[in-house]
Design a protein around this ligand. Structure first.
Ligand code: PEP
Ligand code: MN
Length: 347
């Protein structure tokens, strides 16, 4: 339910509304609007009795149920677009388009430092790189783990880029959060509910990737897990889904960005690398991603893709990366001009 409180209501009146809502078994999530307080109440309770009780309270202007099964992340709950701060000075969801780039895996000190400088040179604000790798084969490279996290932190110190890296297990959340500026949930773990719950308490923003065969609703429900467990800073990433098509590694559901925009206030990210699996297809898809209104993009780049330990075929080499970023500029300028001004904080 969303409960709007009348302007100029006193703190005592607001408290009495909150305790009435709690009587019905709902959890409270208060938004301090600029002009009036709006209260979000989530949970399983007798909604119609609660709405009746609230209607009888003078200071309640309006109380309406949230019809979507995902509550906190729905546009009904919060129409204003969410802006998430990553690291010291990057904001995703606001007036800047943000690029994240880096290798699929952290491989060595030399590789990650070189890639970090390359990412920064192209205009990326966030360095990606997997230290814990979800590989289809148990015989493939599994990641450098904590040594990789340390190298990412070193790359941050050297370049000023913020760091996003994948966490695969709830038992690793604390370790990864000690190094990362943003926690990535990979496609294969989108419905790892123990992990999602742990991320609710991790204190860092989360980049949640869409599962290989997941619907948009399932993606939103997974985001809801993280928010319901205490972490509002979640962004959603379209990275392609599994279909009958084999020409690309996955099928990019580009319309998901537009569809999600109508359903949620969370920032939206496109990963054209995993969505295509093919270097030559990354720049055209990146253009489409900017055009359709993604708030950010995450792209794999490598100083020498032929020698990459994972995802070399989809990684941009230095020349193609720099060229893509230059070519994207006019699209990004257009994005900035045509993007609706961020809605005011009040709902
Ligand atoms: C990755 O980002 O390297 C990765 C494994 O992505 P996904 O989970 O989307 O497959
Ligand atoms: Mn990869």
């Amino acid at each position: 339910m969303i409960i709007s409180i009348r302007r100029h209501a006193s703190a005592d009146e607001i408290d009495s509304v909150i305790s009435r809502i709690r009587d019905f078994g709902y959890k409270i999530h208060t938004i301090e609007g600029e002009e009036r307080v709006v209260i979000g109440a989530i949970g399983v309770g007798d909604t119609s009795s609660c709405l009746d009780a609230l209607a009888a309270m003078d200071c309640v202007e309006k109380a309406v149920p949230i019809s979507a099964p995902y509550k906190f992340v729905s546009k009904e709950f919060k129409p204003a677009q969410t802006v998430i701060k990553v690291g010291r000075d990057v904001e995703i969801g606001g007036s800047e388009f943000v690029m994240m780039a880096g290798p699929c895996s952290v491989e060595s000190e030399g590789q990650i430092m070189e890639t970090a400088h390359l990412a920064a040179k192209g205009g990326a604000k966030i360095l990606r790189g997997g230290a814990f790798k979800p590989r289809t084969s148990p015989y493939d490279f599994q990641g450098m783990e904590e040594a990789g996290l340390k190298l990412l932190a070193q790359a941050r110190t050297e370049t000023g880029l913020a760091i996003v890296t994948e966490v695969m297990s709830d038992t690793d959340v604390e370790l990864v959060a000690a190094y990362a500026d943003m926690m990535q949930v990979g496609a294969r773990n989108m419905q790892n509910f123990a992990l999602l719950k742990a991320l609710g308490r991790c204190g860092k923003p989360v980049l949640l990737k869409r599962g290989l065969s997941s619907t948009i609703k399932e993606l939103l429900m997974s985001a809801e897990y993280i928010v319901a467990h205490g972490n509002k800073d979640v962004m959603l990433c379209e990275r392609g889904i599994r279909t009958f098509e084999t020409a690309t590694r996955n099928t990019c559901d580009i319309a998901a960005i537009a569809a999600l925009r109508e359903l949620t206030h969370l920032p939206l990210v496109l990963d054209p690398s995993h969505a295509t699996g093919k270097r030559s297809l990354v720049p055209p898809l990146a253009r489409a991603g900017v055009a359709i209104g993604a708030d950010a993009m995450i792209v794999e780049i490598h100083p020498n893709p032929a020698r990459a330990v994972s995802d070399g075929a989809q990684s941009l080499d230095p020349a193609h990366w720099l060229e893509m970023m230059e070519d994207l500029q006019p699209y990004i300028e257009l994005w900035k001009k045509t993007r609706p001004a961020p809605a005011p904080a009040a709902v």
